[in-house]
Design a protein around this ligand. Structure first.
Ligand code: CP
Length: 334
């Protein structure tokens, strides 16, 4: 494996191999496997789980890491090609990334969507421009359109809670006061499709995921024996569900137009997950969310604090699955 940037760059077999390795590393620690290796972490956006789990995972494998948060103790970085740099940014990523790469053996980058150009964000253009100037393996810590580390941890969590191969996975839009990125829903739908699940995207009108995301997920589902469809009908979506994965995301039909987007979200506050959502589901249906989550906005306390919730387990699985990624990228054979 040369990089870990998109789940759709991996075959199902390669994902299963990473998950098996995560199991092995949890059961049988390899505290010297990455001795002498250094992971550079570049965070353009805030984080709790991704930041802590990569540092902890690297340390558990015997390696080290350092973190750069541009503009917070380091120079602000420009990312736009051809920019006239007479503003706040003192340095361009075209120099900064090769410099950081020279201090480490792999580079993780978190860079959220620009949020103005849907085509560019769906193509992950800004992230790929940074990856192109990085001479060491790149790890996607969440880009405009993908969060493969979250997807890998979520797959492991679904396995752990015993959901069968063809189980029903409902990805539901939820209300949020801000227009949020498409990365997590795009990653979740692809993950569940590649796992071979019956995937239903439950969303209001105007919030359908971009066609390129859905087409890729449908192809993964075809190869894995699953299916992918969309609906705005909650009862139909939740009928027989094994998993409800909640997330808010911006309306692609109003991408880059905040007033139109806000108008679409207005009136949708009822899209807050509560126990009643689970009535048509299987009794054992679980609740998933990538975190952070706004309590009683996206999901009610009764669900988050109840036995359905596996959100903390998902977060813990971030570390074990990312250790498998680090092992494959930096640990040599075996
Ligand atoms: N789920 C996730 O990536 O969490 P952070 O934003 O805290 O890293």
């Amino acid at each position: 494996m040369k990089r870990f940037v998109h789940l759709h760059e991996l075959t199902r077999t390669e994902v299963l191999d990473l998950l098996a390795l995560a199991d092995r590393l949890e059961k049988t620690p390899e505290g010297e496997r990455l001795k002498g290796k250094i992971l550079a972490l570049l965070f353009f956006n805030p984080s709790l789980r991704t930041l802590a789990s990569f540092q902890a995972g690297m340390a558990r494998l015997g390696g080290a890491s350092f973190v750069i948060s541009p503009g917070q103790g380091s120079w602000q970085l420009e990312t736009r090609l051809g920019a006239v740099m007479d503003g706040a940014a003192a340095e361009h990523v075209r120099e900064a990334i090769p410099v950081l790469a020279g201090y480490g053996d792999a580079l993780g980058i978190r860079s959220f969507a620009g949020g103005t150009d849907l085509a560019a964000d769906v193509a992950d253009a800004a992230f790929e421009e940074m990856a192109a100037v990085c001479p060491v393996p790149v790890i996607n810590l969440e880009s405009a359109i993908d969060h493969p580390c979250q997807a890998l941890a979520d797959w492991r969590t679904i396995d752990e809670i015993g959901v069968p191969h063809g189980g029903k996975f409902v990805l539901s839009w939820a209300w949020h006061p801000k227009a949020l990125p498409l990365a997590v829903p795009a990653a979740a739908v692809h993950m569940a499709a590649l796992r071979g699940m019956e995937v239903v995207v439950h969303r209001p009108e105007g919030f359908g995921l971009p066609e390129a995301v859905m087409d890729r997920a449908r192809l993964a589902a075809t190869l894995s024996g699953g299916s992918v469809r969309e609906t705005a009908d909650r009862a139909e979506a939740m009928e027989g569900a094994h998993v409800l994965y909640a997330k808010s995301w911006t309306a692609p039909v109003a991408y880059g137009r905040p007033e139109k987007e806000a108008a679409l979200r207005a009136g949708l506050r009822g899209w807050c997950v509560d126990e009643s959502w689970f009535a048509p589901a299987r009794p054992e249906c679980r609740f998933m969310h990538c975190l952070p989550v706004r309590r009683n906005v996206v999901v009610r306390d009764e669900v988050l604090d109840g036995p359905r919730s596996v959100v903390v387990r998902e977060a813990h699985n971030r570390m074990w699955t990312q250790m498998a990624v680090l092992h494959r990228l930096l640990g040599g054979a075996a």
